[in-house]
Design a protein around this ligand. Structure first.
Ligand SMILES: [Zn+2]
Length: 279
């Protein structure tokens, strides 16, 4: 059994603030330890359930967060930012299940701890056929393209609720913290969440076979940016157009192509969005 684990950071045990998850943040180095521990708990659960191969994709920001030397040596780690499939890089048809760890809710979710979609500052909303789509749904859709079901999600309460809404109420989830505000949460201790994630992953992989999350194309992906200049810059890409002053959009029937285009837009958005905030 081959298991793919995508690990984001905002939904990791105990992390509630940009200081915990940004590379220059005061508590970032501690955050990396917590992130590696949650990943390890999931790896343990996968091997408990009979996994023969586990691939971990570091899915947060610079994607160089997980501490390799502290990671369970039975797993392999994809590290680095430049990858077209972004948070699901490495996933293909050969995998039996996908597990999402450290996930957060879609941009604008009430009570979602560090909630955003792909970029916290530059992006107001990612849209699929005009509907806001969060990272859990986007990545579940990509996994579904390869015929791989998402079987377990860990994050804050809002992220878990969002994942259930997408792939089904019977999805096994584990909430490591409960949001009070975007930057405030009631947190469980790492020793507690380690058990919860391990047991949750084991249970999910041993349970009834889940269906991959699929949706019929074509897919019209929009990104509502925080500035008009980013939308204009993205529209330089052939096939991408500006549909209003702040929104770029493209349509495709090919999901990996969509992920690659979104990734290219992210790179442009980061570049074109470098002006300081003023007011
Ligand atoms: Zn994220």
């Amino acid at each position: 059994m081959k298991v793919f684990i995508s690990v984001d950071m905002e939904g990791i045990t105990g992390l509630t603030d940009p200081e915990d998850v940004l590379t220059d943040g005061a508590d970032y180095q501690r955050g990396r330890v917590f992130m590696t521990q949650d990943a390890n708990a999931a790896i343990l659960g996968a091997f408990d359930a009979g996994a023969t191969e586990v691939l971990v994709n570091d899915s947060h920001w610079v994607m160089r967060n997980i501490l390799l030397e502290q990671l369970d040596p039975r797993a392999k780690l994809i590290k680095g930012f430049h990858k077209p499939m972004c948070m699901v890089q490495g996933l293909d048809e050969s995998y039996d299940a996908a597990v999402f760890i450290g996930y957060h809710a879609c941009a604008g979710t009430e009570g979602g701890v560090l909630a955003h979609t792909l970029l916290g500052k530059e992006i107001h909303n990612v849209l699929l056929n005009d509907e806001p789509i969060g990272e859990a749904r986007l990545n579940a859709l990509m996994a579904g393209h390869f015929g791989v079901p998402v079987v377990f999600v860990a994050g804050d309460t809002a992220a878990c609720a969002e994942a259930k809404k997408i792939v089904g109420n019977d999805l096994t989830t584990y909430a490591v913290k409960d949001g009070i505000d975007m930057f405030t949460a009631t947190c469980l201790h790492p020793e507690v969440t380690k058990k919860g994630i391990r047991e949750g992953v084991r249970h999910a992989l041993k349970g009834k076979k889940r269906k991959p999350y699929k949706m019929k194309g074509p897919y019209r992906f929009g990104i509502e940016w925080n500035t008009t200049t980013i939308a204009s810059t993205c529209a330089y890409i052939p096939g991408v157009k500006k549909v209003n002053s702040r929104t770029s959009e493209f349509t495709t029937g090919n999901l990996p192509e969509a992920m690659g285009l979104i990734f290219a837009e992210l790179m442009l958005g980061l570049q074109a969005g470098q002006k300081k905030i003023y007011g």
